[in-house]
Design a protein around this ligand. Structure first.
Ligand code: PEP
Ligand code: MG
Length: 574
């Protein structure tokens, strides 16, 4: 069995047969067929035909996502369709064929490169994403020229598709053919393909290094929650993963029966399980599953991929609708965590050598006071519609909190002068930097609640860029250094009488659950599809045993040893 680590791109677990997508660098090399014909008209006709086939494939995928009512996916595919209709592309290919006497293949490559090149150098991630989309369109037209766009047969058995990369169109197509999960060597969690897979609820792991060895594998487990893939798993792992898949399926079939059961361990320790949300429809789904509330609403999603910032009224309407959907259950709205890898198109952000350490989170908010103020006003306006709370990202100390509270006060007074009803707004801080973790006592003294962001806490504690293809897999929050900070924060919050919930990926990592319970965590916030599974897992654990496991985890030397220990093996075996 081989475990490979990548970036969790779309949550869920799948077990299936390995299928390597033909044509990519993972597939065995095949001789590139030589282009036929040399006559310009012939080359142009070949191009036009390939363009039409490629275009119709996009339109077909667009129809499928329409049927699945996945709005974000539809918008991405619309962009791909527009790229096929772009007269510049056709004109550039024609020019290269006629003037430079290139074959259609060469002309397409040159035209796509010319369109992509300036975007690739742009500092804004959304422009680089656009470059990726143009690249996908080009690759698909080239496949059309090679006659490779003939449809694959639907998969007869549960199949996991592996490729060097998936275009959004390809991903939808494979999903339609029955692929139950996707694994790619390239791509990122913020890429369009990942976004599309999430909206279609297909588990996916991307950015997996060393994927070439999958060619010889038969069966795989994909864990899209923590971003791991097992090739030819041993019988124990396979049985566990199958049981997890079955439990998830049974839970969703029987959601109503389970959703009202308390999330209580065998020895009576009660936890609450909230949901993370931020994309359209997620709050409704969380409410349907009976989540205790929204523990993390990532408001930055509203700001990405648009030319203008969302107006205050639009934001207020969204926050009100989330609060009303949750019917009095807490809704924790995190103020926008923009900057870093989540750059807003409308804010021209200077490229920085270390964006994760640059203008992001609250720093970005303070640098754009009008933008921040509009959001604070919108959040305050939602307070009279439910139990709305504000959570601050990337806090490093008490002064951050005080500055936000002063801004909130100004917004509150202005709204009241305008005759707007404003209710209470508890303010919490994300503990996701070592600075905040070490100063948790002073933060707890001035805020209403704490939220542990294990993704960034691991990134900053271990000095590992969580998005890095080379080292991202090492940002594992089960590392004892991160666990020690976590334990410290839980203890400090308890002493100060403040609630603390874990909302990073570790909260949904069923392997980590006993450790979190053992460290005293009593409140979790997990991706919506994981809510029922985590609740069900809690009911099978014994808190006393969890304390022993947690104590043992704190003494290990790295995350791998902690994971081995949790799988019931001796650390010396690692
Ligand atoms: C985290 O850092 O753990 C977190 C929940 O925030 P995000 O993943 O949105 O950075
Ligand atoms: Mg974070």
């Amino acid at each position: 069995m081989t475990w490979l680590t990548g970036v969790a791109a779309s949550p869920g677990v799948a077990v299936g047969e390995v299928f390597v997508l033909p044509g990519g660098s993972l597939a065995p090399p095949s001789d590139e067929p030589r282009p036929n014909g040399t006559h310009a008209e012939e080359q142009l006709a070949r191009f036009d035909e390939a363009l039409a086939v490629s275009h119709s494939r996009v339109k077909q995928a667009r129809q499928w996502v329409d049927d699945a009512r996945a709005q974000q996916a539809a918008a991405i595919l619309d962009t791909h369709a527009l790229m096929h209709e772009d007269p510049t592309l056709r004109a550039e290919v024609e020019r290269a064929i006629r003037d430079e006497r290139l074959h259609a293949e060469e002309a397409v490559r040159a035209a796509i490169e010319a369109l992509r090149e300036p975007l690739l150098r742009a500092p804004e991630p959304y422009l680089r994403e656009r470059a990726a989309d143009i690249g996908y369109v080009g690759a698909q037209i080239l496949r059309g020229l090679r006659g490779e766009l003939t449809p694959l047969e639907p998969f007869e058995r549960a199949t996991i598709v592996f490729a060097s990369d998936f275009s959004p169109v390809e991903a939808v197509h494979l999903h339609e053919l029955g692929a139950i999960a996707l694994v790619a060597e390239h791509g990122s969690a913020t890429g369009h393909t990942a976004l599309l897979m999430r909206s279609l609820a297909v588990p996916a792991v991307v950015g997996v290094r060393g994927l070439r060895i999958c060619r010889d594998a038969r069966v795989a487990i994909v864990d899209g929650v923590i971003g791991r893939v097992a090739l030819d798993p041993d019988p124990q792992e396979l049985a566990e993963a199958r049981a997890r898949v079955e439990r998830t399926a049974a839970l969703s079939d029987d959601a109503r029966a389970h959703r009202d059961l308390p999330s209580e361990t065998l020895d009576g320790v009660r936890l609450t399980v909230h949901a993370n949300a931020g994309r359209p429809g997620e709050a409704e789904h969380a409410a349907e599953l009976g989540a205790a509330g929204i523990g993390l609403y990532r408001t930055e999603w509203l700001y990405l991929d648009r030319d203008e910032p969302p107006p205050e009224d639009e934001q207020a309407a969204l926050y009100v609708s989330v609060a009303e959907t949750m019917k009095g259950r807490p809704v924790v709205l995190r103020s926008f965590d923009l900057g870093g890898d989540k750059a807003a198109r409308f804010a021209s952000i200077e490229a920085e050598p270390n964006p994760a350490l640059g203008l992001r989170g609250l720093r970005f908010a303070f640098a754009h006071p009008r933008l921040f103020e509009a959001q604070l006003r919108a959040i305050l306006r939602a307070t009279s519609h439910g139990d709305v709370r504000l959570l601050l990202p990337m806090v490093t100390g008490v002064m951050d909190l005080r500055d936000v509270k002063a801004a909130l006060e100004r917004c509150r007074r202005a709204l009241e002068d305008e005759g707007e009803a404003v209710g209470d707004l508890p303010v919490g801080v994300m503990i996701e930097t070592p600075g905040a973790a070490l100063l948790a006592d002073s933060l707890a003294a001035e805020c209403d609640f704490l939220a542990l962001g294990t993704n960034d806490l691991a990134q900053y504690t271990l000095a590992v860029d969580r998005g890095s293809r080379l080292v991202g897999h090492e940002a594992d929050a089960l590392h004892p250094a991160v666990l020690r900070l976590l334990a410290q924060v839980v203890e400090v919050a308890g002493r100060a009488g403040r609630s603390v919930h874990v909302c990073g990926a570790l909260a949904a990592d069923v392997q980590a659950l006993p450790v979190l319970i053992g460290l005293g965590c009593r409140s979790l916030s997990v991706p919506v599809p994981e809510v029922l599974l985590v609740q069900e897992r809690i009911r099978r654990l014994d808190a006393k045993e969890c304390r022993e496991l947690a104590a043992s985890a704190l003494t290990r030397h790295n995350a791998a040893q902690v994971r081995q220990m949790l799988r019931g093996r001796r650390p010396e075996d690692t």
